[in-house]
Design a protein around this ligand. Structure first.
Ligand code: ATP
Ligand code: MG
Length: 585
């Protein structure tokens, strides 16, 4: 491809409205253009990378016998009513009416449509298992579209759905897809991790997310430094930590309210009791209390959660424990009304709501908490004794870096940031039951199919790859996804010897099957080099004075920035050798 013919405009300046590196570089390199919030044009350069990734995905899925199809983006309400999701999917589901006043939505995912296909065609155990996938544009009306292609509203996804006679077969397919994903992301040459993730409260379901590691990632991951256990912090099991006992003097104290005006912060709460009389209460004795509002379907209720003061609540764990659809902090005004005290002095004792206590407080006593009285804290709180509706001790906190691993008991957790690029999910019979997707088994009995679903964010992955591969000058593409493999840069456009040689090299490499972008523009060398660094093709060949004087060109690898002078006759062989090495990496 000749650069003068390529639809591309590059920018020196970092665009103001781009908040992550991948978005900045893709905009500067002329790969994307913003059309509306979270909606982008995929320009020719980007589309080449997208197509390469899609090819990798198709090749690996074909090995496992997955069949490709294409479902509609516009979906009728009726199907979503059947699964119940028309009502419960949030505002991410973009709903609209057609000219006949019928309700439709833009597909954010395709469980309903694919289940409808399969229930119409597959009736017998003999036709199972089956795994169907598509690569298609999805729409989710994200509340905060940001980070360019990483969290768009319109984006490309590979979504696959499998159907099975029983749990065991669905599990087998799950691990097969898990392995396929490992192969797919390995081929990209990026650092990634499969991560145990939250599957919500659906029985019989489990899930892994695949994360590309990058400091800009939205997800926190904890990984044991001694065993394999790696999980999304939303789900990471927190070890139960021993409650440190206070001194004898504290043990002797009687439960009471103490006047603690102005004490709101946790550290201050414990410190307020550190005087002669109370003999220095460790911070661990300060407890934290949160009022949450849970919803499930039409019903809503209020629950309390107690934690050690230095622990953070994990809303996902609470949601699963309650079997709720959603859980959020109750509005401050509601909590204050419930407690009859201002925020900062609200505590669980005497409140007539169900209260769940983090298991690190098992055995704890002589805790401090708000006294539900303006300006007062309570001392001497023991959860299992003092709560009106004590619901038990559970794992309700965020695990943290340095916590002991719950799986092996030996290592401790280390923290990473990750970008979720894919997910494998065992769905169980959630959709087949509600949508009557059944088959007849060998004995002629009708049974719901057991399902799995498997997604990869195609466009998000490209962005994640750039988040991992870049430097101050631009993108550093891995070989597998580069839009062009070789950037050929003749620097003196007016010198016939140079342009003729460049043309010849262009033909030679192209005929050898290499993807070459030739910068044939009338630009200064500096401009061309800057663009070459920005675009980040793995190999740059510079044709300049060296060719005229010594018969050599300069070959540079973008990642290592190593230059070497190569005689004209050796160009093809050298490029092939570098290509073979980079393709291996
Ligand atoms: P997230 O938690 O980031 O919102 P998700 O878990 O809702 O994503 P899935 O339903 O698992 O997403 O979709 C499969 C894949 O599609 C994700 O792993 C991700 O790579 C991609 N994806 C999801 N939402 C977006 C988005 N808004 N923009 C780009 N890619 C997305
Ligand atoms: Mg996901």
């Amino acid at each position: 491809m000749k650069q003068s013919k390529l639809l591309i405009h590059t920018y020196r300046e970092t665009p103001r409205d781009a908040d992550v590196v991948s978005q900045q570089l893709m905009m500067r390199a002329g790969m994307i253009q913003r059309v509306a919030a979270g909606i982008y044009d995929y320009l020719p350069l980007l589309l080449r990378s997208i197509r390469k990734f899609e090819t990798i995905v198709r090749e690996e899925l074909a090995k496992d016998g997955c069949q490709e199809l294409l479902m509609p983006t516009v979906q009728p309400r009726e199907l979503w009513d059947e699964s119940g999701r028309w009502q419960f999917y949030g505002k991410e589901l973009l709903r609209f009416k057609d000219r006949k006043d019928g309700d439709f939505c833009l597909g954010p995912t395709h469980e309903e449509v694919v289940t409808d296909i399969v229930r119409k065609i597959v009736t017998s155990y003999k036709q199972l298992p089956i795994n169907l996938f598509q690569i298609q544009t999805k729409f989710r009306d994200e509340i905060r579209p940001r980070f360019g292609l990483m969290r768009g509203r319109e984006f490309i996804m590979k979504d696959a759905y499998s159907f099975h006679v029983d749990d065991a077969d669905a599990d087998r397919e799950y691990w097969r897809m898990f392995d396929a994903y490992k192969r797919i992301f390995s081929r990209l040459g990026v650092k990634f991790r499969p991560v145990e993730a939250d599957s919500g409260a659906i029985g019989g379901s489990f899930t892994h997310e695949f994360h590309v590691l990058a400091s800009s990632g939205e997800d926190a991951i904890l990984s044991c430094n001694a065993c394999e256990y790696t999980s999304n912090v939303e789900k990471t099991e927190a070890p139960q930590v021993q409650f440190p006992y206070a001194s004898e003097a504290v043990l002797a104290l009687q439960p009471a309210h103490f006047h603690t005006p102005g004490i709101v912060a946790m550290a201050d709460q414990a410190r307020a009791f550190r005087d002669d009389q109370h003999n220095g209460l460790p911070l661990d004795h300060a407890s934290k209390f949160y009022v949450f509002r849970a919803t499930k379907g039409e019903s809503a209720w209020v629950v309390g959660v107690v934690l050690r003061s230095d622990h953070e609540p994990n809303v996902v764990k609470l949601k699963n424990l309650l079997g709720a659809d959603a859980v959020e902090l109750a509005p401050v005004a509601d909590a204050e009304k419930l407690a009859g005290a201002p925020s900062g002095f609200i505590g669980p004792v005497e409140l007539d709501i169900p209260v769940y206590v983090d298991r690190s407080l098992e055995g704890a006593f002589n805790l401090t908490c708000g006294a539900n009285k303006d300006g007062y804290h309570h001392f001497g709180f023991k959860p299992d004794r003092d709560l009106k509706q004590f619901k038990g001790f559970f794992d309700l906190r965020m695990a943290a870096e340095g916590d002991r691993c719950t799986r092996c008991g030996k290592g401790t957790y280390e923290g990473f940031r990750g970008i979720e690029v894919g997910q494998v999910f065992k769905l169980g019979t959630k959709y087949s039951t509600t949508m009557n997707c059944n088959y007849l088994d060998e004995a002629g009995a009708s049974k719901p199919m057991v399902m799995g679903c498997y997604g990869i964010g195609i466009t998000r992955t490209i962005a994640a790859v750039i988040e991992q591969g870049n430097d101050a000058d631009g993108i550093i593409w891995p070989w597998a996804l580069c839009p062009f493999q070789v950037h050929l840069v003749p620097i003196a456009g007016k010198d016939d010897t140079q342009t003729d040689a460049a043309e010849a090299i262009y033909r030679e490499l192209t005929e050898a099957g290499l993807e070459v972008l030739m910068d044939d523009r009338e630009e200064r060398a500096g401009v061309k080099f800057k663009d070459a660094d920005l675009l980040g093709c793995p190999i740059r060949i510079t044709v300049g004075q060296g060719l005229v004087k010594d018969g050599v060109v300069e070959i540079r690898e973008r990642a290592s920035r190593e230059d070497r002078k190569v005689p004209r006759a050796d160009v093809l062989a050298t490029v092939k050798e570098i290509a073979a090495r980079l393709a291996q990496a």
